[in-house]
Design a protein around this ligand. Structure first.
Ligand code: CA
Length: 132
């Protein structure tokens, strides 16, 4: 059994699947961007406990997690700059990405590219913080 695992600021796309969580007590899944994976983006087995998911862009979660401030596509379009060409930065717009400044404060200071978090009024959802 593993304890207190943190998975943050990852970009996981076009894979057979995303994260599969098993035999772990205490997992924080924060500010990740999942896109176009064939299987589940996050699959949580019954042997995992206390999984928290915040500020992620993803299509689905299977299993039990405490979650908030996640954006689920395709129900909600995260409005990437150019997902077809693997550019998962957030579109400032108009139209403006619903992920900009709508994330929860989770104490992280840098995004996947080392940009300061938050930029603007609040952290963004996903692996990229929108910066000018
Ligand atoms: Ca922001």
């Amino acid at each position: 059994m593993s304890n207190n695992v943190e998975l943050q600021y990852n970009l996981i796309y076009n894979n057979p699947g995303g994260f599969r969580i098993t035999a772990t007590d205490g997992v924080q899944i924060l500010n990740n961007t999942f896109f176009a994976n064939a299987g589940d983006d996050v699959s949580i087995a019954g042997s995992a406990a206390n999984v928290v998911m915040r500020n992620n862009i993803l299509k689905d979660i299977t299993g039990s997690a405490t979650e908030d401030h996640n954006i689920f596509y395709p129900t909600h379009d995260p409005l990437f700059v150019d997902a077809d060409n693997h550019d998962f930065h957030l579109q400032f717009g108009p139209p403006r990405s619903p992920c900009i400044d709508t994330g929860a404060e989770v104490g992280l200071l840098e995004d996947i590219e080392g940009n300061r978090v938050p930029f603007g009024s609040a952290p963004d959802i996903g692996a990229h913080e929108y910066v000018e």
